[in-house]
Design a protein around this ligand. Structure first.
Ligand code: FAD
Length: 212
């Protein structure tokens, strides 16, 4: 059994000036103020759109992100309806095969310390589930049947494509204090990266208490 940490990868090459220019060009159609576009007008204009709540204009740009997380977190992610998904399937993936290393992979819950009795209880349960899963496959079960015994912690990969309005909504909800700790662990660094890569769009989303 392999134990890994969760991670993400932004799949698009982010061209921030192009993103801002695209939103400005489209939104200025509303006000017929295209003549006011200059080399530097975009950032302030987009800032104004967001502060006025005219967020529909942000729907014209989308970004895809691949997450590696556990099945509990992925299940929460797919509750967001304004997006498109591609997700590693536990029906079609057979973890007894060479390409999966003949083992399951699980995401480490950061809140159980290595030497903690809770960590050992979690690890032992996952190992038992793996043994039963492999036993079932070797006795004629299909992966889609044997997956019934796999725990929430099993690793999955999920690509999410959201427009920038949905990313804002998702990032606000999923970095909030009451979001699941493993969701916050995964999503808070993504918000930081978006803030670094793209000016203005995410600046107003503040994460309270970054200790999960
Ligand atoms: C802290 C937390 C705890 C949660 N606990 C539970 C729980 O115990 N049980 C549970 O079932 N779920 C739970 N959820 C999931 C939650 O109910 C939502 O399904 C999920 O957060 C998606 O949010 P959303 O509907 O706002 O956003 P999205 O689906 O991402 O949609 C974005 C926005 O589009 C609009 N929209 C989308 N669809 C419609 C529609 N049909 N009609 C009108 N407007 C729409 C809304 O404004 C919505 O906010 C929880 C979520 C969080 C963050």
């Amino acid at each position: 059994m392999k134990i890994i940490k969760p991670s993400f990868e932004i799949l698009d090459t982010i061209n921030a000036p192009l993103i801002i220019a695209t939103i400005e060009k489209i939104a200025r159609v509303c006000y017929k103020s295209e003549d006011r576009i200059t080399a530097n007008s975009g950032i302030k204009f987009v800032q104004n759109l967001i502060s006025k709540g005219h967020e529909a204009m942000l729907e014209h740009v989308s970004i895809s992100v691949k997450f590696i997380c556990d099945r509990g977190v992925s299940h929460e992610i797919v509750r967001h309806r304004i997006g498109s998904y591609a997700m590693q399937s536990s029906r079609y993936c057979n973890y007894s095969k060479d390409k999966f290393g003949k083992e399951i992979t699980v995401i480490e819950p950061f809140f159980f310390r290595d030497d903690d009795v809770l960590y050992n209880a979690w690890k032992s349960l996952c190992e038992d589930a793996e043994k039963t899963y492999m036993f079932m496959l070797s006795n004629g079960a299909t992966p889609e049947q044997a997956r019934s015994v796999l725990p929430h912690s099993v690793k999955t990969e999920i690509v999410c494509t959201y427009n920038l309005r949905e990313w804002r909504h998702f990032l606000k909800l999923r970095t909030a204090r009451n979001a699941h700790p493993q969701m916050r662990e995964l999503i808070t660094p993504l918000l930081d990266e978006f803030k670094q890569l793209i000016p203005v769009i995410f600046d107003d989303i503040i994460v309270e208490n970054t200790e999960f």
